[in-house]
Design a protein around this ligand. Structure first.
Ligand SMILES: [Zn+2]
Length: 217
């Protein structure tokens, strides 16, 4: 991919090794992706430090061409800082083996955001509506990525500022754990400098601490 900052040695743990066609394959039950949106998507091969095994991992992320350089740079920064990460796998994956929130095993991410969050999967493009709405998420355009949702929760608050919900249910949410974002985290600053907003800085009743994107919030 012409990335600088790391080289692949062939000894990495491989979490994803899809072709672009596989990474953009239609997902059953998801809205059809318009061809102009599909044409903007790029598949990046990225290297990261595994959060659980501390080994070098090779993963993949699909993002819009508009943010490809920024996202590639983010992964280089993260790697150079030994930032630990869960598996980096496209939403269209059909082979990932994980455990759902009810404790049942599943095979294939298939764009299921709940399962992706519950298994701490980092990903970008996912052509889906915002949870509870019929509006397309910025993920639907590949203009966002979710990083380490197992450590960084998606939270909703009521008008008085009380927490209503937090996802995923198994989120560790310890600000001292490496891999957890905060407003002063260097990777958050890296993205802000490139006009990509961290969901932890959204105004209003939702904070999404694993989300980075071109958002309106
Ligand atoms: Zn997101």
């Amino acid at each position: 991919m012409g990335l600088t900052g790391y080289e692949f040695t062939g000894h990495e743990v491989v979490d994803s090794h899809l072709t672009l066609e596989q990474a953009l394959a239609p997902i059953p039950g998801h809205p059809e992706v318009p061809p102009e949106i599909l044409a903007e998507q790029r598949l990046l091969d990225v290297k990261s430090w595994g959060r659980l095994d501390h080994l070098e991992h090779r993963g993949q992320i699909v993002v819009n061409d508009q943010i490809t350089d920024t996202v590639a740079g983010f992964f280089v920064e993260a790697y150079n800082r030994y930032f630990p990460m869960g598996p980096v796998v496209p939403a269209a994956n059909t082979t990932f083996v994980g455990i759902d929130p009810e404790g049942r095993p599943f095979t294939g991410l298939l764009g299921n955001d709940t399962n992706m969050m519950h298994n701490n999967v980092t990903s970008g493009f996912n052509h889906r509506p915002i949870d509870g709405t019929d509006r397309l998420s910025t993920h639907g355009y590949g203009l966002a990525m979710d990083v380490n949702p197992g450590l960084n929760a998606y939270k909703r608050f009521d008008a008085a500022g009380n927490l209503i919900s937090s996802q995923p249910a198994n989120c560790l949410e310890d600000p001292n754990l490496p891999g957890t974002f905060s407003a002063w985290h260097p990777l958050v600053h890296y993205m802000l400098k490139r006009n990509i907003i961290w969901g932890g800085l959204w105004h209003g009743k939702v904070k999404d601490n694993h989300h980075f994107g071109y958002d309106e919030h």
